[in-house]
Design a protein around this ligand. Structure first.
Ligand SMILES: [Fe+2]
Ligand SMILES: [Fe+2]
Length: 198
């Protein structure tokens, strides 16, 4: 969505614990535990859930790789080999996914259900915050990968700094993915893919 809307500060990504009640109106009719059995789940909704699961899985792989290195199960060279390509893939895919959502799907969804418009403004603001965190993440990751050539203290300090950044990004993403699904999946199930050009 192009124009950035004012968001209630309590609903910003790192402050909220979920969507507010007025944005859960469709979710009440389509609770999460019923999604996989709904006939309209095949197609767009499944694609969405699979993409999100891939991001959750990649976030978990990065977190585990950092843990393995910090606890001495991998050395600096092994760590960099495992970590760098996966991080690049993760950051690139996430950026592409948010672009399609912001420019293609969110405007279509918001037009289809005006009661949820504020929800798409919230998700759009999440994307900006996540984008900033991604920039920070890749800067800190680069510093960390550089530090792997330095002495033990330099490595440990950079590893701590990066682990913090990564934990923050993964937590932001987890909240965003859950809330986005709670907003979008009930809408797709309610209307079916055809309403959204599927
Ligand atoms: Fe998103
Ligand atoms: Fe998404």
């Amino acid at each position: 969505m192009s124009n950035r809307a004012e968001i209630d500060p309590a609903l910003l990504l790192e402050r909220r614990q979920g969507l507010p009640d007025d944005l859960r109106v469709l979710l009440e009719n389509y609770p999460r535990e019923d999604w996989s059995a709904h006939p309209n789940v095949h197609g767009l909704a499944s694609m969405w859930l699979q993409r999100h699961d891939m991001f959750r899985e990649l976030g978990g792989i990065l977190t585990a790789a950092i843990g393995d290195y910090r606890e001495g199960r991998t050395d600096a060279r092994q760590f960099a080999q495992i970590f760098a390509p996966r991080l690049n893939f993760f950051l690139g895919q996430l950026d592409g996914h948010h672009n399609i959502e912001d420019h293609h799907y969110f405007p279509i969804f918001a037009r289809a259900e005006s009661r949820l418009t504020r929800g798409f403004d919230i998700l759009d603001s999440d994307h900006h915050l996540i984008h900033d965190a991604l920039d920070m993440n890749s800067q800190t990751a680069n510093a960390f990968l550089q530090a792997l050539q330095g002495d033990g203290d330099t490595q440990r300090y950079a590893a701590d700094a990066y682990a913090d950044q990564n934990a923050r990004l993964v937590a932001m993403l987890a909240r965003h993915l859950d809330d986005e699904e709670d907003l979008i999946i009930p809408l797709i199930l309610d209307r079916g893919d055809r309403e959204f050009g599927g």
